[in-house]
Design a protein around this ligand. Structure first.
Ligand SMILES: Nc1ncnc2c1ncn2[C@@H]1O[C@H](COP(=O)(O)OP(=O)(O)OP(=O)(O)O)[C@@H](O)[C@H]1O
Ligand SMILES: [Mg+2]
Length: 259
């Protein structure tokens, strides 16, 4: 579904992404792991059109999508969530979800004059859709709560919910489980799995929690220092010496070599 070909992203002289090449297969839940600063979020930003790569290409379903703006990618079904949740805190949870679809007639003043009935019925349909999403995520009891009052974990669920308001094909999750308690983490994990099997979503998820990754993801891709170090099942990754070294840091490796 997604092919990343030799992507580089430099910030001045610093190579945050340094020749990353990887494939995300249609229908997979692909994990993306690696030490802090490995370039994972930067690579997501390149794929999602937030950052222009210094060089390299991103292909979706055989088409070059490099440098397309986020709204263009959104309309092709490529969505992402943020490492820090982006909710509209003074709006309710339901209203937050209703903000997502981009082509509502109500947005044009013209339509506001001439098509009041249609707008009202579109709004009802959106509210229904939002309620379905909240039920799916088992947070329907929070529909009328201000999003700003949600816990960190509930905000992450809301982020996931935003991807369900449109027909997503491939969703990029940046640390959707970070700082989330066990119960909510299970809810998020179940939702991801069901979206994958029941609705055919392809996922690529950045996560530091290896148990969470192990439960959901196959394959797992490891990034270090801006490029892909390894790809395999969670067990292969855990047993891979290069991966272990990358996590321990080169300091340890050098000490071992000189000892
Ligand atoms: N806009 C920027 N300008 C300069 N350097 C940046 C910028 N964005 C990221 N970096 C640097 O690029 C490197 C990769 O950052 P990135 O956020 O992609 O890492 P990450 O793998 O997502 O890490 P984490 O697991 O901590 O979220 C880091 O050293 C970071 O400081
Ligand atoms: Mg990151």
């Amino acid at each position: 579904m997604i092919v990343v070909e030799d992507v580089h992203k430099h910030f001045g002289g610093f190579h945050a992404v340094d020749g990353a090449t990887l494939t995300i297969e249609t229908g997979s839940i692909t994990g993306l792991v690696g030490p802090n600063g490995a370039g994972k979020t930067t690579l997501f930003n390149v794929i999602a059109g937030v950052l222009e790569p210094t060089s390299g290409r991103v292909i979706m379903d055989g088409e070059d999508i490099t440098g397309l703006p986020p709204h263009e990618l959104f309309s092709r079904g490529l969505l992402r969530t943020f490492q820090i949740a982006h909710e509209f805190s003074s709006m309710t949870v339901r209203e937050n979800l209703m903000m997502v679809p981009g082509d509502q007639s109500g947005e044009a003043l013209w339509n506001a004059w001439f098509a009041r009935h249609r707008i009202a019925s579109e709004e009802r349909a959106l509210a229904r859709k939002a309620d379905e999403v909240l039920e799916f995520l088992t947070i329907d009891h929070l529909s009328d709560e201000k999003a700003g009052n949600l816990s960190g974990g509930q905000k992450k669920l809301l982020e996931l919910g935003r991807t369900m308001m449109v027909d997503a094909k491939v969703v990029f999750l940046d640390e959707v489980g970070a700082g989330v308690n066990r119960t909510l983490l299970n809810t998020i994990g179940d939702a991801i799995q069901r979206l994958n099997t029941e609705r055919g979503y392809t996922f690529c998820m950045i996560e530091h929690d290896m148990d969470f990754i192990g439960r959901l993801c196959d394959p797992v891709i490891v990034m270090a220092e801006g490029h892909v170090l390894a790809k395999g099942t969670i067990d292969e990754i855990k047993a891979n010496e290069q991966v272990i070294e990358a996590y321990l840091g080169t300091g340890l490796k050098n000490k071992a070599a000189t000892a």
